[in-house]
Ligand binder design. Structure first.
Ligand code: NAI
Length: 284
């Protein structure tokens, strides 16, 4: 399967820039839409730096100068016209996402595919705001996108069946592994990842073992690359708490956020980005 010649990305933050990077390296032309000129310039810099970093690390032989001409950064959603696929990666906010998807839908061909990179908003809810809800699915990339092997394809009740196979082939063409997940709270990755993290935090609260030893249980005992507490520090305790609260509301008591997690977030200990979470991090 060949990737679409033209791909659109809406939002050029951490995830959107990474998604643009992945499609550019795989050969697509990418039109990235940002909300204003300053954000557009920042997005272009982010993508150029990330392409340069991959080249320097030897992850790709393609120098940025070869790839960058296929990138167009704009503030006009009208420029998405002609894209076969548009991936939305704006803020995690229903209204912002729905508005961005609607603007894209208005200029796309009827057979174009729309995808959302949402972490936790049901795809069905976003689809409800569209004129062609059957053209939307979730493409949940992981951070950092260029080096992460997994993409969750999230299929809602209204998603056209043919889209799933197309999306699967596109993900494979990006050199990544797709998993297909029903539009259920937390999809597969957040639900399992948060379940493990919450139990690890409760074990720490109960004095079962130190953070290092709890992580070692999973890293050495189960060959997880990174233990649940260290992972929570890297993801951000506030991000984890937010997802836990959503899963708590949707799936019940087993996702109730532990008091320790609430306290650390309230005290500003958000993990690596703030210098402290379950571990101390050098922020320099
Ligand atoms: P971010 O805050 O780094 O980037 C969001 C970008 O969207 C910003 O550059 C902002 O200027 C832009 N934006 C906002 N409104 C816009 C609009 N109306 N039109 C065009 N651009 C607009 O956020 P991040 O981390 O990249 O997350 C984006 C999405 O990806 C969220 O839905 C998030 O939940 C999801 N996600 C995040 C992951 C992560 O580890 N950061 C992992 C997987 C999914």
């Amino acid at each position: 399967m060949i990737l679409p010649v033209r791909v659109g990305v809406i939002g050029g933050g951490r995830m959107g820039a990474g998604i643009a990077h992945a499609f550019l390296l795989a050969g697509s032309a990418v039109t990235l839409v940002e909300r204003d000129g300053a954000s557009a310039r920042a997005a272009r810099q982010r993508i150029t730096a990330s392409l340069q970093g991959s080249h320097e690390r030897g992850a790709t032989e393609r120098p940025p100068a070869e790839v960058a001409p296929r990138l167009r950064v704009t503030t006009d959603a009208g420029d998405l016209g002609g894209s076969a696929l548009v991936v939305e990666a704006v803020f995690e906010d229903r209204d912002v996402k729905t508005a961005a998807l609607r603007r894209a839908e208005a200029v796309l061909d009827v057979d174009a595919v729309l995808a959302s990179n949402t972490s936790a908003i049901p795809i069905g809810d976003l689809a409800a705001g569209l004129d062609r809800p059957d053209r939307l699915l979730g493409l949940h990339f992981f951070n950092p996108v260029p080096s992460s092997a997994l993409v969750e394809i999230v299929v809602a009740a209204q998603t056209a069946q043919g889209l799933v196979e197309t999306a699967r082939e596109w993900v494979l063409a990006l050199g990544k592994t797709p998993i297909v997940v029903r539009d259920a709270p937390g999809f597969a990755s957040s639900r399992l990842g948060v379940a493990l993290a919450l139990e690890a935090i409760r074990m720490l609260e109960d004095g079962v073992a130190t953070a290092t030893d709890i992580d070692a249980a999973m890293e050495l005992g189960y060959r997880h690359a990174t233990g649940p507490l260290r992972t929570t520090d890297i993801v951000g305790l506030d991000v984890r708490l937010d997802i836990a609260e959503q899963l708590h509301a949707a799936l019940g008591e087993r996702f109730a956020p532990p008091e320790l997690l609430r306290r650390l977030v309230a005290d500003g200990h958000l993990g690596r980005k703030s210098g402290r979470g379950f571990y101390e991090w050098s922020t320099g």
